[in-house]
Ligand binder design. Structure first.
Ligand code: 5GP
Length: 134
């Protein structure tokens, strides 16, 4: 059965898309640590552990994540874009990209940011615009 993230990448489940190419997809986390918190996934490989990916998918995922992080930093004011790989909840490899003001912001025990649908739509559109201009 397809994972929830495959269904998101296929458009069967709605998401706030921030970037996409033939093999990879990036979208806003539904329960963000900060406004603009983004998840980056491979579209055609569902392995749930990033270090099990074949080398080509692994390298491609990080190269795509780098571009998304550049677009994210341009669109969302922050000191840095933090990177984290957990995979404790959703069994489909994904990289977290989190806009940070300080290192304390990359703590998954923190309360989550409250973001309206309108704000998410605006943030996602801004990141996508930056991504498409890279
Ligand atoms: P992890 O597997 O890395 O521990 O956490 C999974 C992440 O995916 C969490 O930050 C969670 O908020 C996010 N997430 C889980 N289900 C969905 C979903 O259906 N849509 C979106 N956009 N994010 C999700």
């Amino acid at each position: 059965m397809a994972t929830i993230f495959t269904r998101i990448a296929n458009g069967e489940i709605p998401s706030y898309k921030v970037a996409e190419d033939a093999d990879f997809y990036a979208f806003l986390d539904i329960n963000p640590l900060a406004k603009g918190h983004t998840l980056v996934i491979p579209k055609h490989v569902e392995d749930d552990y990033i270090f099990h990916l074949d080398e080509q998918t692994y390298a491609g995922l990080w190269a795509f994540a780098r571009k998304v992080a550049v677009a994210l930093k341009a669109a969302v004011p922050c000191q840095r874009v933090g990177v984290c790989v957990l995979g404790m909840e959703v069994p489909h490899t994904h990289i977290h990209l989190v806009p940070l003001q300080s290192e304390k912001d990359l703590n998954f025990a923190n309360p989550r940011a409250v973001v309206t649908p309108e704000e998410n739509a605006r943030i996602a559109a801004s990141i996508l615009k930056e991504y498409e201009n890279l």
